[in-house]
Design a protein around this ligand. Sequence first.
Ligand SMILES: [Zn+2]
Length: 139
Amino acid sequence: MPDVHIGKPMALSGHCLCGGVRFRTVGLVRTSGHCHCESCRRAASSPVTTFFTVSREATELGGESLSFYASSPGVRRGFCGTCGSPMSFETERRPDDIDLYVASLDAGLSVPIREHWHWDERVDWLTIVDDLPKSEGGA
Ligand SMILES: [Zn+2]
């Protein structure tokens, strides 16, 4: 799989742990980043979650076990009701976007990561050393 470039259209696909939920997108990768917010940390039970953002319209996310959880007003998180894998993040603040997890891609895992979000909420037991921009807000 060739490298993914931000801002370049590319077909990407992925799936949950059991395969019950799948996504496919053909849009531009609009941005990508590591999110350190408490909400993402709890949703994934993981210190960092890494997303890439694409067009909702250009994305198919589906499967019989696809479920949604409204984690805060105007926000829904897609997950697999069978295996529990977190699959997507959507917010009314960015109605044209859907955020998907880089770690659930079928192949490559090669989306370049652009920045850190909610750096102020990061856990203090994981040391991250990189030159990426670190902001206290979200995408
Ligand atoms: Zn599953």
